[in-house]
Design a protein around this ligand. Structure first.
Ligand code: NIG
Ligand code: FE
Length: 404
């Protein structure tokens, strides 16, 4: 039966970045039943290999669909006022300690219905899709009650049904201490471990559990309790760690087999080594570094030396990275952290997928066909120039989901 699922699509003469590197010559790509079914050099290509396939396009640069492995896309309200305060010299920590920051987004998000959160978040999701995203992670963390955290996760799941995109969810109950638990942080951590995580697991709403390990958030000992609860419920582990100081959160997360440790500006060599040994991905978030005007650089050279895979993500959130443009993140990863364009692109494809525990983000025969076709000459231009509108086609699960 001829359903759209069985369309065979052919791309001719594309310059191909396969998720780790650029192939040396122009390629032909065949997609069938949601997967890459053939990959040949253009020169000497025998069309009988792809008989009956429709030509989707010719020319351009093809990359895997972009993977944004760290976002806080679901929230209500905005924090434009805090942006101005910070420009006047007030620090992110001071704003947080005075009840603003994350807690300001918590107030707005608690007050919003699921439908209101969908309406607020869809334009942000659409901006990511228009810039090539085919898979993204969305965290909770602005609810901080069982009901409001589950509400955020349900909204994240619904977003994945409303658009042709793959959404993974992370429960970030341990993001900030809600005001009703002031002075009782350990009791709040118990709520996360004994109520939030079990409920999210039972309802199938979370793929992973995340924590914010920081002086203004949760201690390593508290994060460890959350990791243990995640493990009991079979959920993957991620951590915001070493963003503003070095508490050893990344090494702790690695010791629990975390998929990733994220931010990591203050990570030291022992932490890098722990991540290397555990296979924990380093998720770099240059948008937050840029917006907070940070100066402490993540230890890129050590990460390279120890072979820790580096992912790059938007961290899209109302406070530290109100930016929904993954290719800008590639640019910032190069200009601010001195990644090479190749590393930045791998960070948003193969390594981004790995930070989510997914075998996506590669273009290879047999791989799921999540692809982007860009109107540029060379893959590195995605990191070099900051320009919307270069995406010609976005292929999700083997079907052309967007074509201009
Ligand atoms: O990834 N670091 C903690 N959490 C977010 C910021 C959340 C916010 O400020 O709303 C981050 O930077
Ligand atoms: Fe974050």
């Amino acid at each position: 039966m001829a359903s759209s699922q069985t369309t065979r699509w052919l791309w001719r003469n594309v310059t191909l970045f396969d998720g780790l590197e650029q192939l040396p010559e122009p390629m032909v790509v065949l997609v069938e039943q949601g997967r890459v079914a053939g990959l040949w050099p253009e020169s000497g290509f025998d069309p009988s290999l792809a008989r009956g396939a429709k030509e989707a396009a010719s020319g351009g640069v093809m990359t895997p669909g972009l993977v944004d492995c760290h976002t806080h896309l679901v929230y209500a309200g905005d924090r434009a006022g805090e942006f101005e305060q910070r420009l006047e010299g007030v620090s992110y920590e001071t704003i947080a300690r005075n009840g603003g920051g994350i807690l300001s987004s918590v107030r707005a998000t608690r007050a919003a219905s699921e439908d209101e959160l969908i309406a607020a978040s869809l334009p942000r999701l659409d901006a990511l899709l228009a810039d090539g995203v085919t898979t993204l992670e969305i965290k909770s963390g602005y609810g901080l009650t069982v009901a409001d955290e589950l509400k955020m996760l349900r909204v994240a799941r619904r977003l994945g049904e409303l658009r042709p995109v793959r959404v993974l969810t992370s429960l970030l109950g341990a993001h900030a201490l809600p005001p009703e638990y002031a002075g009782r942080a350990d009791d709040y951590v118990s709520l996360v471990c004994d109520a939030m995580i079990p409920a999210a697991a039972r309802e199938g709403l979370a793929d992973a559990v995340d924590v914010f390990c920081e002086g203004i958030a949760f201690s390593p000992a508290q994060c460890e309790r959350v990791f243990q609860a995640a493990q009991r419920h079979g959920l993957a582990i991620k951590a915001h760690a070493e963003q503003l100081s070095n508490l050893g959160g990344s090494a702790l997360a690695a010791s629990y087999g975390a998929l990733s440790a994220d931010h990591i500006e203050y990570l030291d060599e022992a932490g890098v080594q722990a991540m290397a040994e555990a296979g924990t991905v380093a998720v770099l978030l240059p948008g937050a570094f840029h917006v907070l005007r940070e100066t402490q650089l993540p230890p890129i050279e050590l990460l390279r030396r120890y072979g820790v895979p580096m992912a790059v993500a938007s961290d899209a959130n109302p406070g530290t990275s109100p930016i929904c443009m993954p290719t800008l993140m590639a640019n910032l990863a190069c200009t601010l952290f001195r990644l090479t364009p190749r590393e930045a692109l791998a960070g948003m494809t193969a390594h981004g997928a790995r930070a989510l525990g997914l075998g996506l983000g590669r273009i290879a025969v047999g791989a799921p066909a999540d692809l982007c076709l860009w109107d540029i000459q060379q893959p590195g231009e995605l990191a070099y120039a900051v320009q919307a509108g270069r995406l010609r086609q976005r292929v999700f699960n083997g079907e052309v989901a967007y074509a201009r």
